[in-house]
Design a protein around this ligand. Structure first.
Ligand code: ADP
Ligand code: MG
Length: 618
């Protein structure tokens, strides 16, 4: 049952703050929400304008910034001050872009402080994060204008192949724009969600998402089970898309009209109008058989058949990527249950046909391909807002998370593949009398010894009041929020002393590294187990030794001379065994010492001994 807040002053329903879904695209961006009444995802738009906002930013001489359609109009007339495709620069350094230097009509430079690129516009330098934030700010304003309510929270989509740096950059861009990015979602995952996939927890299937946008092509293979999406493989070309189709049409017409490239190169107006005409022709031919218009007094025409011939090489290239993605995932085309079409360019019938032929099944194209990603982001946002009945868990922890315990052992609190958000807590104790500090070191990985895992963070719980060893009760709790941020809290329960830190477990780790760590954990499983057992035996032996020593010191007068000699001998034997890598020997000697001390320990039972034998020490 949902509670509905009512504003007492006005009697109207208090609108809960809306979390929007944002597709921050290379060519176009847009915002979608779940409609409060229909409960269906809708893209936001003003009256009869388009929901798409071109991802283009223009800087005028006075420092005014415009984003969208009006900036797009200046692309050809003011290229140095008009920035397009900022998304391609996210998290990139100049080396990454060198091969495509010609692509950018504005100045992309390497800044010295960090190796990430900046864009120079006039006297100013902008990072790709700032540029993206201008687009997000525009989207936020539009959404606020349409919804008549503040918009401060969003789910933003990124390509599945984006690495952690690029994801973090997207998150930072959101922050700069005044948006709290609650979740970064993969574009193919969002598109699948918009088709209703993954919402039924019992559903298990393999999906191919074919995304051909304005300047990029991606194919992603996903697997869903238990409402969790896993990316099996991705492939594509970050410099292939609808723009290339427009360019091909322009070249075709120039050839027909005998117009040389040189004659157009200094006439921006002319070349822009021809390019726009080509895009119009392309779009029209997605639903009609022919196109004709006049340009500079000449007739230009194109038929759907001609267009299909012109773009055959481009289609072939995308299918090559599909083949590669299948191969990488170890799948064949007939193992794909569903094919989803994404991106404006998939409206072209010849492309739908080719993809459908390739996978041997009809493609899913019923949801608007320009909007499908944003609509899926809105569904995810609605789930995060808690409005959806269907609880959908999209993310899992890729590696186990835990802390270091005595002897350098990994004590896992949250195992790998746990669905997030999640949490876990465990109690630990001190191993020294009067110990006032306890160091908590957080690790990620599957190996038994922390030295083989990845250290994420470390902090100290200070100010534990003086207590005998084993008395303090330190509860360490891990919480991972929906955003993948881990909070670690340590609290001494008797005194209430507490300390907390936040860690970003996935930041800076690539999927290859994760894979490598998992593989290593499998190959080392046996030796790790042996080593863990040895460390555990040693730790226990050391504890017994220290407890016994204290016990003897305190109670010498209560023990007989024979008892003292026997104890000393057993302690010495245990001490010696600790230097050897023989778990069984250590355990035997520990047991022998216990045998010797048991009778008098029972006699003079000390709580401290009992306490020290309980709980693990850090
Ligand atoms: P991105 O995801 O890269 O931001 P979009 O998915 O918005 O890009 O796709 C934009 C591309 O789709 C442009 O090249 C545009 O010309 C093309 N496009 C839009 N509508 C159609 C259509 N009806 N037929 C063919 N191409 C189209
Ligand atoms: Mg897109």
């Amino acid at each position: 049952m949902a509670r509905i807040p009512i504003n007492i002053a006005t009697g109207s329903l208090q609108k809960p703050e809306m979390i929007v879904g944002i597709d921050l695209g290379t060519t176009n961006s847009l915002v979608a929400i779940i409609h409060p009444e229909s409960k269906q995802p809708v893209a936001l738009k003003e009256h009869d304008s388009s929901s798409l906002v071109p991802s283009i930013i223009h800087f005028d001489a006075n420092g005014n910034i415009t984003v969208g359609e009006s900036a797009r109009a200046l692309l050809e007339t003011d290229p140095q001050h008009t920035i397009f495709s900022a998304k391609r620069l996210m998290g990139k350094n100049y080396d990454d872009l060198k091969a495509h230097a010609d692509f950018f009509t504005y100045r992309v430079i390497d800044s010295n402080e960090d190796s990430l690129v900046k864009v120079q516009v006039g006297e100013k330098f902008y990072s790709p994060i700032e540029l993206s934030s201008f687009i997000l700010k525009e989207l936020k304003h539009r959404a606020e204008h349409i919804l008549k309510t503040p918009v401060t929270k969003a789910v933003v989509t990124v390509p599945a192949y984006f690495n952690d740096t690029q994801r973090q950059a997207t998150r930072d861009a959101g922050k700069l724009a005044g948006l709290d990015v609650l979740r970064i979602v993969n574009e193919p995952t969002a598109a699948s969600l918009a088709y209703g996939m993954g919402l039924d927890p019992s559903e298990e299937k393999t999906i191919a998402v074919y995304d051909l946008g304005g300047g990029t092509f991606d194919i992603s293979l996903l697997h869903i089970s238990n409402g969790i999406f896993e990316v099996l493989s991705t492939h594509g070309n970050t410099y292939l898309g609808g723009d290339d189709i427009d360019r091909t049409i322009v070249q075709h017409w120039m050839q027909q009209l005998n117009v040389s490239a040189a004659s157009l190169s200094d006439n921006h107006q002319k070349s822009q109008s021809l390019r726009l005409l080509a895009e119009r022709a392309k779009k029209q031919l997605s639903s009609q058989e022919q196109f004709s218009a006049t340009w500079e007094g000449s007739r230009v025409q194109l038929t759907a058949i001609e267009l299909q011939q012109l773009i055959t090489p481009l289609i072939e290239e995308t299918l090559k990527s599909c083949k590669q993605a299948l191969q990488d995932a170890g799948l064949t085309a007939d193992q794909i249950d569903t094919v989803v079409m994404v991106g404006g360019s998939t409206r072209i019938p010849a492309i739908k046909q080719a993809v459908s032929n390739f996978f041997g099944k009809p493609v899913n194209d019923s949801v608007n391909p320009d909007e499908v990603v944003a609509l899926g982001a809105a569904i995810q946002a609605d789930i995060l807002a808690g409005n959806s009945q269907r609880l959908l868990l999209l993310d899992v922890t890729p590696l186990s998370l835990g802390i270091e315990t005595m002897g350098g052992l990994m004590d896992v609190l949250i195992p790998r593949n746990s669905k997030i958000p999640c949490g876990a807590a465990r109690q630990y104790t001190t191993h020294q009398d009067g110990q006032s500090d306890m160091r908590i070191t957080v690790f990620q990985g599957e190996r038994d010894l922390v030295k083989d895992n990845r250290k994420l963070a470390s902090f100290s719980l200070r100010g534990i009041p003086g207590m005998p060893a084993g008395f303090a009760k330190v509860e360490v709790s891990f919480t991972i929020n929906a955003d993948g941020i881990l909070s670690v809290k340590a609290k001494e329960l008797r005194s209430g002393v507490a300390q907390e830190i936040e860690v970003k477990p996935q930041y800076g780790i690539s999927s290859e590294e994760i894979e490598k760590m998992l593989l290593e954990s499998i190959t080392h499983a046996k030796s790790d187990m042996v080593e863990r057992a040895l460390v555990e035996a040693r730790t226990e032996g050391e504890q017994i030794l220290s407890v016994t020593e204290k016990f003897i010191q305190k109670n010498t007068t209560l023990l007989s001379a024979e008892e003292l000699t026997a104890t000393a001998a057993a302690m010495q034997a245990l001490q010696l065994s600790l230097t050897m890598a023989d778990k069984d020997l250590i355990q035997r000697k520990t047991e022998e010492l216990n045998e010797v001390t048991r009778p008098f320990a029972e006699r003079v039972m000390d709580v401290a001994v009992k306490g020290a034998l309980q709980g693990k020490s850090i």
